[in-house]
Ligand binder design. Structure first.
Ligand SMILES: [Zn+2]
Length: 303
């Protein structure tokens, strides 16, 4: 049994060890997963610096990745824009933080938002969105982004990638004007996750439990939050009016998860896919068992 670790999210001591999984994307070949006894977040406990993360991302074929999830991603972005329009006018100044290939900025531009800026780590090519943005910022610590500048900061599937979630929330708070809106999507721990945590301690089933965990937390998804954890780090950063909605969101059809994660990784035959898919549908594709995505909004309190 590994020793307890402080929580990567809320910093409470004494998170319980869950399991280890292999990692082929950086120099640490094994990742340790923990669950915080205080906030319930599940996280990778290894020390992982910016350099190692860069090394890991360099092993990914990001173009193929974005193409694969393009249609689900488009739906997600259109939903986000609908939510945003309830919170801010289209004339609001918006910073898309962790913009990736800039797709969300393009969708915002199409939807009529006029004052757009974006942030990404150095090395990313943001030239495609240069003509439709006011400012582009590229650094590791957000220091180049001016304080009290934006009416809204958006982060679509970014918050789970950072080693220091509180540092990110503090930075978002700093760059927003008083009264400004923070809006983000990030994965949260589900009932199915908790069943799998139990499976990880059982003979035979522990293999499935570990395979599941590998798909949930990894060097690319350093933590899965809980609504409690999100509320806590937002409050610590100085945000109020926190709203956390949770729902099921999958990037692939259920049959593909069954084939890739359950059958191929365990070297089981593919013909089991149509048999297992209906059985696993409820634990994978329903809000009740697998409400895996949180949609969060908060406001920087006016002083
Ligand atoms: Zn915690």
């Amino acid at each position: 049994m590994k020793s307890a670790k402080p929580c990567r999210v809320c910093k409470a001591a004494g998170s319980g060890f869950l399991c280890t999984t292999p990692n082929e994307h950086s120099e640490q070949t094994e990742l340790e997963h923990y669950r915080c006894a205080e906030c319930g977040s599940v996280f990778v406990g290894n020390e992982i610096g910016g350099e190692e993360l860069g090394q890991a991302y360099a092993t990914l074929n990001t173009k193929a990745y974005y193409e694969e999830i393009a249609s689900e991603n488009r739906k997600k972005m259109l939903n986000a824009i609908e939510h945003l329009q309830e919170l801010i006018p289209r004339s609001a100044s918006v910073l898309d933080l962790g913009t990736g290939n800039g797709q969300f900025v393009e969708r915002l531009h199409e939807a009529g938002f006029t004052d757009l800026s974006a942030h990404e780590i150095p090395g990313a090519d943001l030239s495609g969105i240069e003509p439709i943005t006011q400012s582009l910022f590229q650094d590791f610590d957000y220091a180049s982004v001016p304080s009290d500048r934006f009416d809204a900061v958006t982060l679509l599937d970014v918050v789970e990638h950072v080693p220091e979630p509180q540092h990110l929330m503090d930075a978002c708070h700093r760059v927003l004007r008083p009264g400004g809106v923070l809006y983000f999507h990030t994965p949260v721990v589900t009932r199915t996750d908790r069943l799998m945590h139990r499976a990880q301690r059982l003979p035979v089933l522990n293999k499935i439990g570990r395979a599941w965990q590998r798909g949930r937390t990894s060097i690319f998804h350093l933590e899965n939050y809980t609504p409690k954890a999100l509320s806590l780090i937002l409050a610590r950063a100085g945000f109020g009016d926190v709203a956390v909605r949770v729902r099921n969101e999958l990037s692939w059809p259920v049959s593909r998860y069954v084939r890739v994660y359950l059958l191929e990784k365990q070297r089981l035959p593919g013909f089991l896919t149509p048999l297992l898919t209906p059985l696993l549908y409820p634990v994978l594709a329903t809000d009740f068992f697998n409400g895996n995505k949180s949609i969060v909004s908060a406001r920087k309190l006016a002083i």
